[in-house]
Design a protein around this ligand. Structure first.
Ligand SMILES: [Zn+2]
Length: 125
């Protein structure tokens, strides 16, 4: 793995997490995407199962009445955060590298999310 970046700032923005990294980039991770990427063993097992067409929503998803959100992010050592979700799930420990890779890169936090993908590929610096 490449040199690990460190987060300078983490904040909630809309329904996602905006992280400023020490290499000057910003990564935006929608909470739903962050939750789906949960690295814990039980979620990994859940993702590895073949899709069941008769179970469109898990019992957890059916029980969930509000949008998924982290209730807390607890630093674990110097390289990871444990995220406590509002659905009660709290066993996922996300490494900084994972958070960095999940982030949708933004060079300007004030820009609207639409069209940023195309703009980013055109950018020459
Ligand atoms: Zn999990």
């Amino acid at each position: 793995m490449a040199k690990a970046c460190k987060p300078l700032a983490l904040r909630r923005e809309g329904e996602g997490l905006l992280i400023e990294w020490d290499d000057g980039t910003r990564g935006y991770i929608p909470f739903a995407k962050l939750r789906q990427a949960c690295p814990c063993a039980s979620c990994a097992e859940e993702r590895a199962k073949p899709p069941n067409p008769f179970r469109i929503l898990s019992s957890r998803e059916l029980a969930q009445t509000e949008p998924i959100r982290p209730k807390a992010m607890v630093p674990r050592g110097f390289y990871a955060y444990q995220i406590v979700w509002n659905d009660g799930h709290d066993t996922g420990i996300y490494t900084l590298e994972q958070l960095y890779q999940l982030g949708e890169k933004r060079e300007d936090s004030d820009r609207q999310p639409d069209n940023t993908d195309r703009a980013a590929t055109r950018e020459t610096g």
